[in-house]
Design a binder for this molecule. Structure first.
Ligand SMILES: Cc1cc2nc3c(=O)[nH]c(=O)nc-3n(C[C@H](O)[C@H](O)[C@H](O)COP(=O)(O)OP(=O)(O)OC[C@H]3O[C@@H](n4cnc5c(N)ncnc54)[C@H](O)[C@@H]3O)c2cc1C
Length: 516
């Protein structure tokens, strides 16, 4: 048996790792949180361009309640650490210089905007879509999202589905794209709601219709965080240090050593050669890193039962500091490709699309206030890219060609910007692979394709005793709140297996150390 007195380790101080560490410390475990990067946050990171820093990872903050609960359980309050404001307009969408659509927090305002763009029948379709998406979310929330590793059978039994007929109401065998055809005849609206599949790094033609729950999550509320998403990571860091978690940044784990003929976790080896005895470990890097040998051959062999599946999408992003003109940007903006199907055909062939769909986060537009005319503002532009960062090195020429096409797309929709070379910084799939080893640059773990995919995501427990998984590549899936839930699932499984002491009172403790 592992020593109950030995610390438990968490590898990776992204959202999942920080939440897992917090939960474990809250139950009286000694926790060591090891992070290879110089700072916490993982995909929540900032990039410096010229004199300004801005978010280079997630920007859309949803399911705020998940974090309220996490902070509350740790004896604190989210709003003591992070200032949030709900957005009235969730996002502004554009197909050309004259075709624009805002989705509002208020469904009836969105319905009115849809009616103005595409007619009354489409607005009715939208209301039906919202009702059905809400029902999918409500059906899956408890028996799927909040379970550590749900099975199809368990889902049918526990949710009062009424067996198979109830399950079929979720349209698991229909693709999201196909299902959207039941609500929308206008291709622009099908494209808009199909794009939500990319929140899981998937194609709307391959993702199951159950991903309708993603737009519902946004409809429930999108918040902007003062100071950007980084503030959430900083808030969690303060909390876990107060809780006594030992945080070591710039500490990459190079090997997970096993004992009992490869059946149990024993030790971690860090990049400098240091070895640490651990009672158990939660791995929060991409689960694919295990099979890729990032943690050594022994644990790679021992975890071969993890399903090998297709990677989710990667991205090319640019952080920019640039004046904009011609388009009234909001915080979140989407500029659609004129040929969405061609975009996903190219991505499936591991190529960059000719005319990409572009997401633009205008981080300075807090409260919707535009900057002074001609003044530069901070933008994050993102286009989908294949997750081939481990096989293909994106050259400067390729990236600048992609930037050209991205700027053309924005220009065709009315947004003019021309970022100088020293006022922009690109991150490619090669860079993402370097930041998140074993991923190939995939940002959301495995792709969500087909009805089985949601059940194929690795759960918290593995076949090796003392080895647990969490993070956006595991159940319940990618995204900041889902990764947080996965961290909590893994911590709870670990505590259950090791036999936790009763929960410590929810007050801050002294003694947290941070090496950086
Ligand atoms: C560009 C981009 C945009 C996104 N947009 C959104 C959005 O708007 N809204 C949203 O909700 N989600 C979004 N996401 C997804 C979301 O960011 C992720 O799902 C979530 O942050 C994943 O958190 P995580 O803790 O699972 O993984 P990560 O954040 O990847 O954390 C894993 C950590 O493990 C560390 N690590 C890896 N290997 C080792 C090792 N050997 N030793 C020690 N440490 C190691 C890594 O350095 C990293 O810090 C976006 C992601 C990206 C990249």
């Amino acid at each position: 048996m592992p020593h109950r007195t030995q610390p438990v380790a968490v590898i990776g101080a992204g959202i999942a790792g920080m939440v897992a560490a917090l939960e474990l410390a809250g139950h009286g475990r000694e926790v060591l949180l090891l992070e290879r990067a110089p700072a916490v946050g993982g995909k929540i990171r900032q990039v410096q361009v010229g004199a300004s820093s801005s978010d280079a990872g997630p920007t859309v903050f949803t399911l705020r309640g998940v974090f309220e609960e996490i902070f509350r359980n740790a004896g604190s309050r989210l709003d003591e650490h992070v200032r949030t404001q709900p957005l009235g307009v969730l996002a502004r969408h554009a197909w050309s210089a004259t075709e624009h659509l805002d989705l509002h927090a208020d469904i009836e305002r969105s319905a009115a905007a849809i009616e103005a763009l595409a007619g009354a029948a489409e607005a009715r379709g939208y209301r039906r879509f919202c009702a059905d998406a809400r029902s999918v979310y409500r059906t899956l929330e408890q028996p799927f999202l909040h379970q550590s590793h749900p099975s199809l059978l368990g889902l049918m039994r526990s949710s009062g589905f009424g067996g198979l007929p109830g399950l079929l109401r979720l349209k698991p065998f229909t693709s999201l794209w196909q299902a959207l055809g039941d609500y929308f005849k206008d291709p622009r609206l099908r494209q808009l709601f199909g794009r939500y599949a990319t929140y899981c790094g998937s194609s709307p033609w391959e993702a199951p219709a159950t991903l309708m729950l993603v737009p519902h999550v946004e409809q429930e509320g999108v918040w902007q965080i003062e100071g950007g998403m980084q503030a959430l990571a900083t808030g969690l860091r303060a909390l876990l240090l107060a809780r006594g978690v030992r945080l070591r940044c710039a500490s990459a784990v190079e090997r997970i050593r096993l004992q009992a003929k490869g059946r149990r976790v024993a030790q971690l080896e860090l990049s400098g050669g240091e070895r640490l005895d651990v009672a158990a470990v939660v791995v929060t890097s991409d689960a694919a890193a295990l099979a890729a040998g990032v943690y050594g051959a022994e644990v790679a062999r021992a975890t071969t039962r993890l399903p090998a599946t297709r990677r989710s999408l990667s991205a090319i992003t640019w952080n920019m500091h640039v004046p904009t003109d011609g388009f009234a940007l909001l915080r979140h903006n989407v500029f659609f490709s004129p040929d969405y199907e061609a975009e996903f055909r190219a991505l499936a062939k591991r190529k960059l699309p000719d005319s990409p769909t572009v997401y633009v986060c205008a981080q300075d537009r807090e409260g919707g206030q535009p900057p002074a005319p001609g003044a530069p503002e901070r933008l994050l532009c993102l286009v989908n890219a294949p997750a081939n960062g481990d096989q293909h090195r994106y050259s400067e020429e390729e990236v600048s060609r992609c930037l050209q096409k991205t700027l053309e797309r924005l220009h065709d929709c009315g947004l003019r910007l021309d970022p100088a070379a020293d006022q922009r910084a690109a991150t490619t799939p090669t860079d993402f692979h370097g930041l998140f080893p074993g991923s190939g640059g995939a940002l959301y773990g495995q792709a969500t394709q087909g009805w089985r995919s949601s059940f194929n995501r690795p759960g918290a427990r593995t076949s090796v005793r003392g080895l647990y998984l969490a993070g956006g590549s595991t159940h319940p899936g990618p995204g900041v709140p889902m990764a947080a839930l996965s961290g909590r699932h893994a911590a709870r499984c670990l505590l259950q297996d090791l036999g936790s002491r009763k929960q410590s009172p929810p007050v801050a403790m002294r003694g947290g150390t941070s090496m950086h």
